[in-house]
Design a protein. Structure first.
Length: 140
């Protein structure tokens, strides 16, 4: 077994040189990681949430002459997106609807479906179900 002093002193300059460069490399890697995180937080667009009151449409089969009462007649749609996209968003650009399938003409709760422009992300619709009541049918 080699004594400790010759183990440390042998090639001391190479060991100091290696330690110096290892430290430089470590600092370079650490600074690149923190710069990457910093640049991501600086340049990532901040998404905002917007609530819009949108009219509700009842989709029926073509030829159906029935009349319906929908309660409520509008819904609140929550969307998320960049500030610029939300500023240009109008309630008319969002489609909120219920599909009325053929069947007995009775009052029922139907699920609200929503289509939003591709610039924004759909988050939630309130209420998610509406009451649809059949009123009458017109004869043709």
């Amino acid at each position: 077994m080699m004594p400790l002093r010759p183990f440390i002193v042998h090639n001391l300059w190479l060991k100091i040189f290696s330690l110096f460069f290892a430290t430089l490399i470590w600092f370079a890697v650490q600074s690149n990681q923190s710069d990457y995180k910093l640049s991501q937080s600086l340049f990532t667009p901040r998404l905002q949430t917007l609530e819009l009151r949108c009219p509700l449409t009842v989709m029926t089969s073509p030829g159906s002459g029935s009349t319906f009462n929908v309660q409520p007649s509008g819904v609140i749609v929550k969307v998320r997106g960049e500030d610029g996209a939300l500023r240009n968003l109008a309630p008319e650009s969002i489609q909120a609807y219920v599909k009325l399938t053929e069947g007995p003409h009775v009052s029922r709760l139907l699920r609200v479906e929503v289509i939003v422009p591709k610039e924004v992300i759909f988050r939630e619709v309130i209420p998610d179900q509406v009451s649809v009541q059949w009123i009458a049918s017109t004869n043709r």
